[in-house]
Design a protein around this ligand. Structure first.
Ligand code: PMP
Length: 403
């Protein structure tokens, strides 16, 4: 009998399964709105011009090599990433009470945070609360790290808007001192973000109840096109005096998906505890990845540290987020023009890379099987997969299955 025969089958990962199905479909009308990756108007991946420029510089540098990086990652990246998230004038950074470690993109940052919290959370039996719904990997990451995972209300499924009352109620009724996973901006999968006033209410309740915020920031610059506006919630919580952790990914905003470039930030009450916190984060990183990956870090650091490349990068984020907004409006307008039953304003109003369409599982299946149109089972579409060539087909297909 195999040593492994008692290993149970793991449940399939929805998004990876969808990619396999989509790749196997050679129909010319196929539209893949599954994976959350930016595409240009021809449906092609886009290497940002600043990334190409940074790569050129790296290639031409006679001192370029593939040595291991130091513990904690590349300082030019971690410093630049701190300023990007907390603001270049952040008092917390100035007071030396932020520690940043380089991670394997946003997923690695989530995992390091999950393991760190499992070992050091207070109270030790605190549960981790994730939004309902959330990025599919949140539950898996926090459960793998050994946490009990519970859900808090987030989406009003009837109106496809934020259920702020339900969310605040769940935060109030949770025992004190729980860990709350919050999407910093461009909530995945719903595309529904709290307003600034709602974030203030969330901060009030979290503070009253002594909850610990863990911000997952995978889309800074993708929600509004403005990196500072997209960091509003994180900076609000830091200004309010919260201690917190932030996972930051450069997958989407710099288009470095496969290079696995990200950071985990710990904001502490004072610099006194930084040596303890940093030593533990370094230990966890050493135990799991030993040293962080170098190539994407060097590219991202070059962009973050060079004022001209940085400005150009801000513009590229504007361009990407604007193209997505244009596609949102186009899809809404076309559905309205077709007289498709239902209201479609939410497609325009939602924010970031995704739209939670409200389509049912049955409609999603029909779109996949009869129209070669791929989206996740919950009716989420990656709006970045829409373009001027496929938008009419997508609107007509949705119209056909909704009728
Ligand atoms: N968090 C959220 C909410 C996400 O949507 C994603 C990307 N799908 C990530 C984290 C992590 O992505 P990556 O590991 O590619 O940076």
């Amino acid at each position: 009998m195999s040593y492994f025969s008692t290993v149970p089958q793991a449940p399939p990962d929805g998004i990876l399964k969808l990619s396999v199905l989509s790749r196997a479909d050679s129909d010319p009308s196929k539209v893949d709105l599954g994976v959350g990756a930016y595409r240009d108007d021809n449906g092609k991946p886009w290497v940002l011009p600043v990334v190409r420029e940074a790569e050129r510089r790296l290639n031409e540098d006679p001192n370029y090599n593939h040595e291991y990086m130091g513990v904690g990652g590349l300082p030019a990246l971690t410093d630049g990433a701190q300023q990007l998230i907390f603001g270049s004038n952040s008092p917390a950074i100035g007071q030396g009470r932020v520690y940043t470690i380089q991670t394997i993109s946003g997923t690695g940052a989530n995992m390091v945070a999950a393991v760190f919290l499992k070992q050091f959370k207070r109270p030790a039996d605190a549960a981790v609360y994730i939004s309902k719904p959330t990025w599919g990997n949140h539950r898996s990451i926090f459960e793998t790290a050994g946490h009990e995972v519970r859900e808090y209300k987030y989406c009003n499924y009837k109106t496809l808007t934020l259920d702020i009352d339900g969310m605040l109620d769940d935060m109030r009724s949770a025992p004190e001192g729980q860990i709350f996973v919050l999407h910093a901006c461009a909530h995945n999968p719903t595309g529904i973000d709290p307003t600034e006033e709602q974030w203030q209410q969330i901060a009030d309740v979290m503070s009253e109840r002594g909850h610990f915020p863990f911000f997952d920031c995978a889309y800074q610059g993708f929600a509004t096109g403005d990196v500072d506006r997209d960091a509003y919630a994180i900076r609000l919580f830091v200004d309010r005096g919260f201690e917190l952790l932030v996972a930051e990914s450069f997958a989407k905003n710099m288009g470095l998906y496969g290079e696995r470039t990200g950071c985990l930030h710990a904001v502490c009450q004072s610099s006194d505890v930084i040596p303890q916190v940093s030593s533990q984060l370094n230990r966890l990183s050493r135990a799991t990845i030993s040293t962080a990956s170098a190539y994407g870090a060097k590219i991202a650091a070059t962009v973050l540290q060079d004022p001209r490349l940085y400005e150009e990068w801000l513009q590229s984020m504007q361009d990407m987020s604007q193209r997505i907004k244009t596609m949102r409006d186009a899809l809404r307008d076309k559905l309205v023009a077709l007289g498709t039953p239902g209201s479609w304003d939410h497609v325009s109003q939602q924010i970031g890379m995704f739209s939670f369409t409200g389509l049912s599982k049955l409609q999603v299946d029909t779109l996949r099987n009869q129209y070669h149109l791929y989206m996740t089972d919950d009716g989420r579409i990656s709006v970045a997969g829409l373009n001027s060539h496929n938008i009419d087909y997508v609107a007509q297909s949705i119209d056909a299955v909704v009728r």
